[in-house]
Design a protein around this ligand. Structure first.
Ligand SMILES: Nc1ncnc2c1ncn2[C@@H]1O[C@H](COP(=O)(O)OP(=O)(O)OP(=O)(O)O)[C@@H](O)[C@H]1O
Length: 257
């Protein structure tokens, strides 16, 4: 639990004159669910994209499972990509492919598994995320919002990843659907021994699933740690974030701090 799975050290990111990250650092431990929180535009998704090598920081270092992403070889990068699953905002399933074909894309690209085994894996992954195996033959347009999220999660799990990156996994879900999805993430982390990084706006997710998190703002990490540690942080932006609009932190179950 205490070994580092991901370390971000002094990362600087600029888009033109927009300084998004001004030397940010954080560590994610093996087996934990780590949240990236902060107001819109503070650079959460950008940091996530840097962790999965879709973007490169202008300075600083990101290490994932002992690999330094700025010096990683092409082969190691390909292996590393197979070791993580990603759930992008909105699910991002291919609308022209069935759910089964969406889930099996990476399996067909990166393995020589026979079709029958691939079909079995699709069935198992659908079951893992609480969907019936008949969903495999449906197209994304035929699914509800919650089912799209679950199908996307099944696709992210297809290659038995060690790491999972989730960008706003509960956005667009009603509170009951969001709570069920949070519980599913918790359950999968425990069963599959995953390390999970999730971008979220959802304070309820911070209550229920996240072990530790960072609050980004003003191009920095304003606070990080467990919920109890962060809510004690005196930074006015952090206080506004947690105690602002609603006057107190309140979970979906009505718990109050
Ligand atoms: N490819 C890009 N080119 C130029 N600017 C970008 C690019 N990607 C992100 N930005 C800018 O970087 C900043 C951070 O964006 P990012 O999407 O990381 O924020 P966020 O915290 O995830 O926001 P949200 O919660 O609204 O999704 C924003 O000002 C955004 O306009």
């Amino acid at each position: 639990m205490n070994r580092t799975a991901i370390s971000v050290s002094n990362v600087v990111t600029r888009f033109g004159k927009n300084l998004v990250h001004d030397g940010i650092s954080l560590n994610v431990r093996h087996g934990e669910i780590y949240g990236l929180l902060g107001s819109s535009g503070c650079g959460k998704s950008t940091l996530l994209k840097e962790m999965i090598m879709l973007l490169k920081p202008d300075a600083g270092e990101i290490r994932i499972l002992e690999h330094n992403l700025s010096t990683i070889s092409h082969d190691n990068a390909a292996t590393l990509r197979r070791n993580w699953g990603v759930l992008f905002q909105g699910g991002a399933l291919y609308s022209s492919l069935t759910v089964g074909d969406n889930i099996s894309i990476k399996l067909r690209e990166h393995t020589d598994l026979p079709l029958k085994l691939i079909r079995d894996i699709i069935r198992i992954k659908l079951k893992m995320v609480g969907l019936s195996e008949t969903v495999a033959d449906l197209y994304p347009g035929e699914l509800s919002g919650g089912m799209v999220k679950r199908a996307s999660l099944a696709r992210a799990l297809a290659m038995d990843p060690k790491l999972l990156f989730l960008d706003e996994p509960t956005s667009g879900l009603d509170p009951i659907g969001a709570e069920a999805f949070d519980n599913l993430i918790l359950e999968l982390r425990d069963i599959l021994d995953l390390t999970i990084v999730m971008v979220t706006h959802d304070l309820d997710s911070i209550w229920t699933v996240v072990d530790r998190f960072a609050v980004l703002g003003e191009s920095k990490i304003l606070a990080d740690g467990t919920l109890n540690e962060v809510i004690e942080n005196p930074n006015p932006i952090v206080r506004q974030f947690f105690w602002g609009a609603r006057g107190s932190i309140r979970s979906r179950n009505g718990k109050q701090n």
